[in-house]
Unconditional design. Structure first.
Length: 365
């Protein structure tokens, strides 16, 4: 698609914005997320479509109250509870030519939608995204957020750590042109995690632009407990492994670092057992001990991450947050890496992110 083609399509975009939000067990976060959407300052009509999964924590009742109180909010049901299924249902039920994906565990910054729509039209892109600015209210959540925002945590993707404005591989959440979504076939409902990356791959293959704008920011609240974090990253890793099975080297090299760490840990355990039992000794044992060197380097990296001071714009780091960092980083990397290896070897199958199940979300003030 040429620049002139993109300009013609951009000029044809009519007024109106549809926000679409998949929701499952988000009672403690939903009101804040919805409020950040409805507070967006726009000069064109807007609506919010909630794709409501079978929640068990009171989210369903809360969503119905929110929809009854504001005519801009409507509900479609997502009994499968899968994100791409819910997103597609919400998009099909929406009315306007610009689709803004939002998440119930996040909050849009003021002016987000106006800026994103202006960037969409200025660049002729099919999808525009910005920075996922993770934040935390508890020491554990703050440690996870700091890992999200660091190259050492999630590999340095532009929407985690920032970059200059320009073309991108994918977009966090995304502000999208509906006509392009219809043309490429919406989200692939067979992809349970990483559905945004897969959609953006098809958008780029169709000749459209995916664009990163660092002036766009969304506050994201990470998982609230260690077990939820481990579940989330294992499922995400498994689906990334599935995407590697499907699309191979189109996946960035940074996705292969956590599985390499997991394999290194497994190999080190084997070598350690062989050394302790005397099967490996002498020169062979000394040579085999080289397997520990990457793990020593990784341990030092984790310690440095725990000791680093907060940025001037961030609140001071507590002792508890620093201690949690020592557990959070290995959990993220190893859970993701083990999930990835499983996904590559046998596919993701019916793996789902179980971290939203239950009622243990952190209450908000």
């Amino acid at each position: 698609m040429t620049a002139n083609d993109r300009a013609r399509e951009t000029a044809a975009i009519g007024p109106g914005v549809s926000f679409v939000m998949p929701v499952l067990n988000e009672r403690a976060y939903l009101e804040h997320a919805v409020a950040s959407v409805l507070a967006q300052d726009l000069d064109e009509p807007a609506e919010l479509v909630l794709a409501l999964g079978p929640s068990s924590d009171g989210t369903t009742e809360l969503a119905k109250r929110i929809a009854a109180a504001d005519p801009r909010v409507s509900i479609v049901h997502n009994p499968a509870a899968h994100i791409p299924v819910g997103l597609n249902a919400a998009i099909r039920a929406s009315s306007y030519p610009t689709i803004v994906r939002v998440d119930a565990h996040s909050e849009l910054s003021p002016g987000y939608a106006r800026r994103a729509i202006a960037t969409l039209r200025r660049t002729g892109a099919a999808n525009v995204g910005g920075i996922m600015r993770a934040d935390g209210r508890t020491p554990f959540q703050a440690a996870v957020a700091r890992a999200y925002n660091s190259p050492a945590g999630l590999g340095g993707g532009a929407y985690h750590v920032g970059a200059g404005e320009g073309e991108a591989e994918s977009a966090y959440l995304g502000v999208m042109r509906r006509n392009v979504l219809d043309a490429v076939g919406l989200f692939d409902e067979s992809v349970r995690r990483g559905e945004d990356w897969e959609l953006n791959l098809r958008i780029r293959q169709a000749g459209h632009l995916v664009w990163f704008d660092p002036e766009l920011a969304v506050t994201y609240w990470p998982r609230e407990s260690w077990i939820r974090l481990a579940r989330q990253f294992r499922a995400t890793g498994a689906w990334r492994g599935e995407l590697v099975r499907r699309y191979g080297r189109r996946n960035g090299i940074r996705f292969f670092a956590p599985p390499a760490l997991a394999l290194n840990v497994a190999l080190a355990l084997v070598v350690g057992v062989l050394q302790l039992t005397g099967v490996l000794s002498g020169l062979a044992s000394l040579i085999a001990s080289a397997v520990y060197l990457p793990l020593v380097a990784y341990a030092l990296l984790v310690i440095v991450m725990a000791l680093l001071p907060a940025k001037p714009s961030d609140p001071p780091r507590s002792i508890r947050e620093r201690l949690w960092t020592l557990a959070v980083l290995p959990t993220m990397h190893l859970a993701w890496g083990l999930g990835f290896l499983t996904g590559v070897v046998r596919g993701a199958g019916d793996t789902v992110d179980a971290s939203r199940l239950g009622t243990q979300n952190t209450p908000l003030p």
